[in-house]
Design a protein around this ligand. Sequence first.
Ligand code: HEM
Length: 225
Amino acid sequence: MRRVAALYQTTVGKKVLMAVSGLILFLFVIGHMLGNLKVFEGPQAFNEYAEFLRTVGYPLVPEYGLLWLIRLVLLGAVGVHVAAAWQLWRRSRTARGSGYRKESNLSFSYASRTMRWGGVLILLFVVYHILHMTTGQAHPDFVYGDVYRNFILGFSNPLVVGFYVLAQAALCAHLYHGVWSMVQTVGASHPKYDRWRRPVAGVFAGGLFVGFIIPPLAVLLGILS
Ligand code: HEM
C-alpha cells in the first residue's frame, strides 16, 4: 500500500493511474456504443437489453447489485482520472514557471489544453445525459423502464441531437489523443509500433464517433420511430 502511495506521488505514477482509469472508461464507452446499436433491433429487443443490464447477475447477486458495482467502478475511474489530470496539470504549470515557454512545446500544450477543456465538456455531457436518458429530469416525455420510447422521443429534437453530436466529437477527439498517450505511458511506444499509434487511435476514435451518432441521427431522419 505504501509503495502504491509512493508511486502515486511521482509523475509517472499519476500517468499510469490516468492510463488505467482511462482504459476502464474507454472499455465502457466501446460496450455502450455497441449496446446502443441494439436500438435497430426494435423496441422489445432494446428494452429487454436495458432490463438485462439492470438485472444482470440476479439471483446470484441482488437485483441491481452488479449494475451498482459497475456504476461505482466507473465513478471511481472518473474520480481518479480527473484528480490525476488536475495534479499533473498543476505540476507541469509549476515546473514550467511563468512567462517563458519553448517554441517546441506549443503543439504539446495545445493538445493538453484541448484535453482539459474536452474533458470538462465530456463531464458536463455525462451529467446532462444521465438526467436525460437514465433519471429523466432533462427529458420532457420520460417513462421509467421504456428505454426505447425515451430514446425515440428524446432524439426527435434536432437541438438535442446537435448537442449529442458535438459531445461525441469532443469525446472522440479526447479519446484519439488519450489512446495515443496511453500506449506511450504503458510503454508500448517502441519505434517498431510507433507509426501504428496514430492510425490505431484514429480507427477507434472515428469508429466510436460514427457508432454513437448513427442511432440519434436515424431517429431524427425518421429511420427509427
Ligand atoms: C450518442 C451517444 C449516446 C447515446 C445515444 C446513449 C444512450 C444511452 C441510453 C439510452 C442510456 C439509458 C440506458 C438505460 O437506462 O438502460 C444511457 C445511459 C448511460 N450512458 Fe449513454 N449514450 C450515449 C453516449 C454516452 C457517452 C459518450 C457516455 C460516457 C462518456 C455515456 C454514459 C452513460 C452512462 C454513465 C449511463 C448511465 C448508466 C447507468 O448507470 O444506468 N453515454 N445512454
